[in-house]
Write a protein that binds this ligand. Sequence first.
Ligand code: OFO
Length: 177
Amino acid sequence: MVTKNVEKALNEQIKKEEHSSRIYLAMASWCERNGYPGASDWLYKQTEEERLHMLKLVHYLNDRGGNTLVASLDAPTAKYKSLLDVFQQVLKHEEFISASINDLYAICLKEKDFTSANYLQWYITEQIEEESTVRSILDQINLAGTERGGLFHIDKELATAAKAKAKSLATLADSGA
Ligand code: OFO
């Protein structure tokens, strides 16, 4: 059984993961309409990944006898200035999620729910990887500046990265998320 405080905090994180999925959906769609098919693919995969992060927490909370809530969500923005702006916002959002997971972890420790804290280790490690991936994409976009050839090349690389992401998503889904 989880405590009421842990249940509430897990439900808040479930909502944030689902919201992340919708934010990346809006970004993927913007990229698709603005000539970045590789970035679009990558972000559509990111949409799926965040949904799996949400599902993993839903299953966990249900398994621990908690009450999972499906919350209403605000619409994400659909306006971006550039590919750089999109990925700056991705990084900002991932940093927000990392901080949120750290807070959730602290609540679990305070409530002496070491099982949940242990479960959240997976998310903590995942966030390190996600932030690092987005920072390196941003470095490349910053290097390219507004140069079309450079951005075209980055978009191609993101298309390749999206294919690799699809494989890791299949593994994550198979693991029960
Ligand atoms: Fe990218 O955040 Fe989920 O956990």
